[in-house]
Ligand binder design. Structure first.
Ligand code: NAD
Length: 278
């Protein structure tokens, strides 16, 4: 392996320029519904990182049996609150709630996760979205850190979710990369992956990717996060086995995760700037 793509290091390089953009108080809201274990950890990380910028993260915790109407009322209230520049609904949410319906109540200029139909649709139609999803921006920053032109290269993206895989596929297309989207129904994942100059694993399946999947000298972005019974966090890639064969790889933890959190705050600052100067 030639290069470990360290998310913490890239994030630290981006910190000062982001901090310098903040001139006034900024606030954003995280709506968490129910008590999904991993969500607690993610929310804490977002709030702690926001704190480093003196950005106020308002944490709303709603009961897991909350009605759709109550969630939407809260979103409407936050949409109109000038001290709240961005709104996030922490995913996943309980199954009795319609995720798409709820997310689409966030006004697009406060949708700092970039998950409303309007923002995702703008990505699809080449119209600059108000916000690009934070994990997508994290993956792009990881690639940019390699200072290469990826035009004409082949990327295989494993996972087709609206949160990660699909918008990332679109973003890579914008870089003139040939994109292959793989998912749980994909046949012969191994040979597909072997064609990948860039392999992005975002399936959430621990150790899905082993040495036989990777192209020698390829670039690997491991987005997946799985908490093992012993409490340790692992990615989708069997790091120790794969790393010796590739040119660059992100670790888990410490790869895409810290970058995702950074770009959430970056999006919150962008939201504030847009609302201030509109
Ligand atoms: P998701 O469950 O919505 O989507 C998973 C996708 O992977 C689906 O499209 C599914 O078809 C595909 N998939 C599942 N098993 C597969 C298999 N065996 N082979 C091929 N494809 C398979 O999950 P998501 O929200 O997209 O998140 C994916 C992973 O990324 C999760 O582990 C999540 O925790 C992690 N994640 C990490 C970050 C970060 O900052 N690092 C951010 C968001 C999500």
């Amino acid at each position: 392996m030639n290069q470990l793509i360290c998310g913490h290091q890239i994030r630290d390089q981006l910190y000062v320029s982001l901090k310098n953009r903040i001139k006034d108080p900024i606030g954003f809201a995280i709506i968490q519904i129910g008590n999904d274990g991993p969500s607690d950890i993610y929310v804490k990380r977002k709030l702690a990182y926001a704190n480093k910028f003196n950005i106020h993260g308002h944490h709303f915790i709603l009961d897991s049996h909350v009605s759709e109407g109550r969630v939407i009322d809260l979103i409407k209230q936050l949409n109109h609150d000038p001290s709240i520049h961005g709104i996030i609904v922490q995913l996943p949410i309980p199954k009795h709630l319609n995720m798409r319906f709820i997310i689409d109540h966030i006004v697009p200029h406060k949708d700092i996760d970039g998950l409303t139909s309007i923002n995702l649709g703008r990505m699809m139609t080449h119209k600059e979205p108000f916000f690009i999803p934070c994990t997508v921006k994290g993956c792009l920053a990881a690639l940019n850190s390699l200072n290469e032109d990826f035009s004409g290269k082949t990327a295989v993206v494993i996972g087709r979710s609206l949160l990660v895989g699909r918008p990332l596929g679109l973003a890579l297309l914008e870089k003139n990369i040939t994109v292959i989207m793989a998912h749980s129904h994909t046949k012969d994942l191994v040979s597909l992956c072997q064609s990948a100059d860039i392999l992005v694993a975002a399936a959430g399946v621990a150790s899905l990717i082993s040495q036989k999947h990777v192209k020698k000298g390829g670039i690997i972005l491991d987005v997946g996060i799985t908490k093992k019974p012993d409490g340790s966090i692992v990615g989708d890639v069997d790091f120790d086995v794969v790393a010796p064969y590739v040119r660059a790889i992100t670790p888990v933890p410490g790869g895409i995760g810290p970058l995702t959190v950074h770009f959430l705050i970056d999006n919150a600052v962008k939201a504030y700037e847009n609302q201030k100067f509109q």
